[in-house]
Design a protein around this ligand. Structure first.
Ligand code: HEC
Length: 159
């Protein structure tokens, strides 16, 4: 009798193990190499902006500069470091000839968001004075909104 009970416990354990293995997403043998079936990737409905590989490389480099610059600016706004705010926003807001050429062929909305972001960087530089914390924070937020509205509406594509 104890042997049968032991066998039953072992059998129940093995069944449970098998159920868990198949139920856990990605761990069953059949799905080990496949994408999770339950959640298909949502279609990307953003507007495609056709850019050459070189132009995309240029944009990506600029974007990394924006990301680093926003990090520096967030600290500078927080601690009221007006010199850093002036230098970084002048740097990020300056138009560069390659980007201007790329923008000429870009969709209107894309160009407008880009223009509005540069103008925000100019406003941030102008507002960089002691005692203007609230205005600086607002403008910083307004720049972030430009990052997210462009990224939310457009994606780069190479023909
Ligand atoms: C007018 C549109 C536009 C605005 C505004 C914009 N971006 Fe981008 N960003 C792009 C596009 C297009 C790409 C994709 C480039 C590609 O993959 O070829 C991109 C890519 C990036 C990347 C990925 C870079 C990489 O290495 O792949 C980062 C990070 C980024 N943007 C940060 C920012 C930040 C931060 C801001 C705001 C300060 C910003 N972007 C504003 C259009 C924009």
């Amino acid at each position: 009798m104890p042997t049968i009970r032991l066998l039953l416990v072992f059998f129940a354990g093995a069944c449970l193990g098998a159920v868990v293995m198949y139920a856990a997403p990605g761990s069953g043998p059949a799905s080990r190499d496949a994408a999770p079936l339950s959640r298909p990737a949502p279609a990307d409905s953003r507007i495609a902006v056709e850019l050459s590989a070189g132009d995309r490389q240029h944009i990506r480099q600029q974007m990394i500069g924006y990301l680093e610059g926003m990090y520096l600016l967030s600290d500078a706004v927080r601690y009221g470091d007006v010199e850093t705010i002036k230098t970084v926003s002048a740097d990020l807001g300056a138009p560069d000839p390659v980007s201007s050429e790329i923008l000429k062929h870009a969709p209107d909305g894309f160009r407008q968001i880009s223009k509005a972001m540069r103008s925000d960087f100019a406003s941030l530089g102008l507002a960089a004075e002691p005692g203007k914390a609230a205005e600086l924070e607002d403008t910083f937020g307004s720049i972030l909104l430009k990052c997210s509205s462009c990224h939310g509406s457009y994606r780069a594509d190479t023909p």
